[in-house]
Write a protein that binds this ligand. Structure first.
Ligand code: 5GP
Ligand code: ZN
Length: 115
């Protein structure tokens, strides 16, 4: 069973829920505000995001919900980083799409090939 599908079905662990997506705190936060926004539907990665309206709706909703949570958390004005790792080279560990909302301080660059 997918761990993120399980979390999506556990109302107590959610900080946001609508008909398409849910959000919850990352279990190992790397910055002061570290929240994951995921589709309720099990989609393994961006590679499996459906083409067309359904995928457009889910992808758009993930970002708009991250925006709303950033406002609620008080980090919108100073800024934040949104991250979706995809596949092996992208460093994805959990095989269910998740958008990281990262904020609460100035972010490191952290982009480039591994050494
Ligand atoms: P990825 O590396 O796939 O982009 O990110 C996976 C993220 O999921 C990591 O930041 C990790 O801390 C988080 N994570 C893994 N297992 C759990 C869990 O059971 N609960 C929560 N809330 N976060 C998890
Ligand atoms: Zn899942």
């Amino acid at each position: 069973m997918c761990i993120f599908c399980n979390i999506a079905k556990s109302p107590d662990s959610l900080i946001y829920e609508d008909e398409l997506v849910v959000a919850f705190k990352d279990i190992r936060p790397i910055v002061p505000v570290h929240i994951l926004v995921i589709p309720k539907k099990h989609i393994a990665s961006i590679n499996e995001l459906p083409d067309g309206e359904e995928g457009d709706l889910i992808a758009g909703r993930l970002i708009n919900v991250a925006k709303k949570i950033a406002q609620k958390e008080g980090i919108a004005e100073n800024g934040y980083k949104l991250l979706i790792r995809t596949g092996n080279h992208g460093g994805q560990e959990v095989q269910h799409i998740h958008l990281h909302l990262l904020g609460g301080g100035r972010m490191k660059e952290g982009i480039g090939l591994a050494s």
